[in-house]
Design a protein around this ligand. Structure first.
Ligand code: ADP
Ligand code: MG
Length: 699
């Protein structure tokens, strides 16, 4: 039996009654396996006494007496504060959402206290603590200590669950189920890395006998998760390599470009950057290969990915196929379509633009041409894979700003052809470790350089009260013929908010009337209809509009090289990747560009760090790594949608070395034994067959 096969309901565990079953279910725990994979978020080592006075050194673990109860706040935010003392110091327990502690913590009585403390508002205090009754002499209740050992798990809790319940249930579940569990890792790796057998690892992760065995259990389970993640990735890579591809059959010139590619290059007023050339060379090589390409093209904002996608797309067209370029917003799709028309029509290529807003007659005409093969390249939004869209011979798919699309959408467009080549592009640079996890089955090209002559965008922070200075600066840029963006977190004023935020609508009004009356200003946001957005963008691009007031709709892709100022107000409200994307809207021409991050007075620690990162870095990869550190892998755009990254204990950034090891191991294993038929790989084959639907964590 594998752990992930323990699908029995939690009520099979002794002591788990109907109330507990419901509480567990609310926290998403229904099966025994789920319960056992509910890993502790921390462990308290009760063998070591850490008094209050030493709170900054380690989590406190001490015996305290309750001195006073006090309440602060009103109504639903009313919160209990309990003052406690041990022999060394006093501390405040802030009992957020735990009003019931008033009854449990009796004045004058002794309790064992465990928690992380910090010094705030003149007190040593904690909001995350565990507390447990002792009898009057300060002795612990008997029994508990011996049953659970001296290192106790501290679990993430959800409504209706307490540490005590989870400890009891999991302890009992281990008694009933742990012993016969089979190993899911091949023995060679268990022995090589001195890992624990599965049954011991799962017991020790919850109730370790020592800190050493806890460490060993953690290493084992982390490696196991990453191992299976990479097995999945490796298998997908193998499957792709067994699909029959259709080579391009278009010979390349000595400079590694096809004839049509060469003609397009000759029409450009600039030369490709080395990064662009290399990416195209790699893609060309893939297209000559025996199986369909799947490649992720990464490059910072403004590195010229669109042109790369056109250049490689036309090679598929040259070979008699069709290419589809999919973008997440109509605004961006239209921009690509206009560029395609401008650059490719003169070469005899027939491009088209398809969105959900196309009128019925135009649409049916377009669809007919597409099905008949009279359109070579179609650019559009998710409309590209609507049910009624058929292609004659879709050979090349480009997914721009791929992090905006989910796996399902990607599969839907791919299904329109017979194993077309896939090029995914992202300007949100993905940290290396994450790329290995999410896109480990794809090849990667990275454009590291920007077109020559681009200057680093000068970034300035400004307090809201200094906005006038920022406006003055922008006025000087406008006076020499440049254009500017102003970005706000809200479309319109929101009366229901306690903090008043500037919104795009009111600010468009104010900027055009009071601040820059002499310059044409326009407003753009997601609620406007497409025709209005199109017109506004066109006017901004051709310079009739000088100031574009927007929400983050201008975040992706928009390319207007004459715009040199990006003013982001309430910058503290935006995430790092959005800020980086927004800043990337300027600095797209030869002129010096500027980005102003205007922030409100009250900043959280996180927003301070974000602004500082923006101020000190221009490299999108560095910013992405920082973002990743701040937010953790779970929240990076696109990961929730990736469909298979569900990790329970591993963290690809923190455990990067382990991830790399797991990748090496699994890929070597699959290379030697693609069918997993060797006896030593039997457990892997069995996990894959017996435990579907598969997830890296388990059931
Ligand atoms: P991104 O990689 O962010 O999608 P774009 O494809 O929008 O970048 O390109 C940004 C701008 O740079 C466009 O105006 C494009 O025409 C221009 N560009 C692309 N490649 C080069 C190059 N090699 N030299 C100069 N300008 C270039
Ligand atoms: Mg782009």
């Amino acid at each position: 039996m594998f752990l992930r096969e323990l699908t029995a309901s939690v009520d099979h565990i002794k002591g788990v009654g109907p109330v507990a079953v419901r509480a567990l279910a609310q926290g998403g725990i229904t099966s025994v396996a789920r319960l056992l994979c509910h890993y502790p978020r921390d462990w308290e080592d009760r063998s070591r006494n850490i008094p209050l006075r030493e709170f900054s050194r380690a989590p406190v673990c001490t015996v305290v007496r309750v001195l006073t109860h006090e309440w602060f706040g009103y109504g639903s935010t009313k919160t209990l504060k309990v003052l406690v003392a041990d022999e060394t110091d006093r501390a405040v327990l802030v009992c957020f959402n735990r009003p019931f502690l008033e009854k449990q913590l009796v004045l004058g009585k002794h309790y064992r206290l465990w928690g992380h403390f910090s010094y705030k508002y003149g007190d040593i205090q904690s909001t995350a603590f565990e507390i447990e009754a002792l009898d009057t002499q300060g002795e612990e209740h008997t029994g508990k200590k011996s049953a659970f050992g001296h290192i106790l798990p501290v679990y993430p809790l959800s409504a209706g669950l307490t540490q005590g319940m989870l400890r009891r249930f999991i302890h009992q579940a281990l008694e009933q189920y742990a012993a016969p569990l089979e190993d899911e890792l091949p023995q060679e790796f268990i022995q090589r890395d001195n890992l624990l057998p599965k049954s011991q690892a799962i017991s020790a992760i919850h109730f370790p006998g020592s800190l050493e065995s806890l460490e060993q259990a953690r290493t084992t389970l982390i490696y196991e998760e990453l191992f299976y993640l990479e097995v999945m990735v490796g298998k997908r890579a193998l499957e792709r390599k067994h699909m029959r591809g259709e080579a391009a059959h278009i010979p390349l010139t000595p400079h590694s470009f096809s004839p049509l590619q060469t003609r397009l290059l000759e029409r450009l007023s600039f030369r490709l950057t080395p990064g662009q050339t290399e990416a195209i060379t790699e893609i060309n090589r893939d297209m000559d290969g025996p199986y369909p390409m799947a490649r992720l093209l990464q490059g910072d904002v403004g590195s010229g990915k669109t042109l790369v996608s056109f250049l490689v797309g036309i090679r598929a067209i040259e070979a008699g196929g069709q290419a589809a370029i999919m973008a997440p917003t109509e605004l961006l799709a239209r921009q690509h379509a206009e560029n395609a028309a401008r650059l490719l029509e003169p070469l005899g290529i027939r491009p088209a633009f398809l969105t959900g807003n196309l009128k019925a007659t135009g649409r049916s005409h377009l669809l007919k041409n597409l099905a008949a093969g009279e359109i070579d390249m179609v650019v559009g939004t998710h409309a590209l894979f609507s049910r009624d869209v058929t292609y004659k011979n879709l050979r090349f798919v480009v997914v721009d700003e791929q992090h905006r699309f989910g796996v399902v959408q990607r599969q839907a467009i791919m299904a329109k052809g017979d194993h077309p080549h896939l090029l995914m592009m992202s300007a949100t640079p993905i940290p290396r470790t994450l790329a290995l996890t999410l896109f480990g089955d794809m090849d990667r090209s990275i454009i590291r350089d920007l077109p020559p002559g681009r200057l680093v965008i000068k970034t300035h922070l400004a307090r809201e009260s200094n906005e006038a200075k920022v406006y003055d600066f922008v006025a000087r840029e406008l006076a020499v013929g440049r254009q500017a963006y102003f970005v706000y977190p809200l479309i319109e004023a929101d009366e229901n908010r306690d903090v008043r935020l500037k919104d795009a609508q009111s600010m468009a009004d104010r900027l055009s009337r009071e601040v820059f009356p002499q310059y044409p200003t326009a407003l753009i946001h997601a609620k406007l209809d497409e025709e209005e957005k199109r017109k506004t963008m066109e006017d901004f691009r051709n310079g009739e509009i000088k100031i574009l007031v927007a929400t983050s709709v201008v975040e992706v892709g928009v390319d207007v090289p004459n715009a040199t100022c990006m003013v982001i107000e309430h910058a503290e409200r935006f995430g790092l990747s959005t800020l980086h994307q927004l800043r990337g809207r300027v600095g797209r021409g030869p002129a010096q560009s500027y980005c102003f991050l205007v922030y409100s007075e009250e900043l959280t620690e996180d927003s301070k760090i974000r602004l500082k990162v923006m101020l000190e870095n221009s490299d999108g990869f560095v910013i992405a790594e920082e973002d990743f550190k701040l937010r953790g892998p779970g929240q990076i755009a696109g990961i929730e949608q990736s469909g298979y990254l569900t990790l329970g204990i591993a963290d690809p950034t923190r455990d990067a070395a382990c991830l790399t090891q797991a990748r090496t191991d699994t890929f070597a294993m699959l290379e030697a034994d693609p069918g997993l038929l060797f006896p030593e790989h039997r457990c892997v084959a069995q996990v894959l067959t017996r435990a579907s639907p598969f997830s890296a964590v388990g059931p």
